[in-house]
Write a protein that binds this ligand. Sequence first.
Ligand code: SAM
Ligand code: DTB
Ligand code: SF4
Length: 328
Amino acid sequence: MRYDWRVDEIEALFALPFNDLLFRAQQVHRSHFDANEIQLSTLLSIKTGGCPEDCKYCPQSARYNTDVESELLMKKEQVLEAARAAKEKGASRFCIGAAWREPKGRAFELVCEMIAEIKSLGMEACATLGMLTAEQAERLQAAGLDYYNHNLDSDPEYYREIISTRSYEDRLDTLKHVRAKGMSICCGGIVGMGESRRHRAGLVAQLARMQPHPESVPINMLVKVEGTPVAEEAQFREGVDAFEFIRTIAVARITMPGSHVRLSAGREQMSQEMQALCFLAGANSIFYGEKLLTTGNQAADSDQQLFDKLGLRPMQQPTPSSRRMANA
Ligand code: SAM
Ligand code: DTB
Ligand code: SF4
């Protein structure tokens, strides 16, 4: 496994002829995974809207005028009901998200209780709650949390155009705390916010230089939500075409061979053919269920149909030892 990827090497991968790039990605994918298995994670927003941060893509920031209303923390029983339903439909991981800068007080205690109960259903538990201190990471680990999601979103340079209220270093610190307590990391970014290919290569380099690599790497296609600056302002308007997005997946697969690369937000807007190319490029995980946090996702039924057409199978929950080996 390599951890010394340079941005220009990654840019060179991006620049390969499409067929060569996908061939390389397939070779890497097949030497680390069963290429017909897809990991299924279901998301639930347990605390929606009203976030003090200024992430320019986010419908949940209180600073922008979007359709998202601020809600209170969801009740534990409701969360568990959603987790049970997700398990019933075949998800192996349940991910809870809160629109916070960081977790605090009684709400954090309640989230720890939710995590313990999700674990008692026999599912993997993931949470995304904003910045963490070392103590909070320890509490989450003690509650049984398997994964913490905290994205870098972009490379360090373009990041400054997108978020001002939390630094890149803050994000890396949170990831360090999560790793130090022995939890797995889910960390990726967003494609299509007006960034250049060099910035995309820079994001992948940041992820691929982490040692060990994040176990889950969500690659989100920007969901343009009315009222957010990236959807409204001209400077962010240059999106990416389907091929550039698929290239990003392939490059993530080649540079992080043992990670689950997730075809994440934006799938509702993708054709089945595009999703199939993402799987061919090495994506082996999706968000499964009709909602992401506040926006829509493909319905579970249509995912089942796509899986049938492609001969894909849901991945069973990996055992801790097989996960460790994937990163060796
Ligand atoms: N508040 C927490 C935080 O940001 O640390 C957790 C929730 S936040 C919504 C999780 C991630 O969702 C973001 O880091 C971003 O990568 C992704 N995301 C948010 N809005 C998105 C959008 N409109 N399109 C694509 N991805 C988005
Ligand atoms: C991630 O990388 N993508 C998910 C999850 N981690 C938390 C969130 C996508 C959010 C898309 C916009 C929304 O539904 O609000
Ligand atoms: Fe808040 Fe997270 Fe949205 Fe940023 S991405 S505004 S931190 S909910």
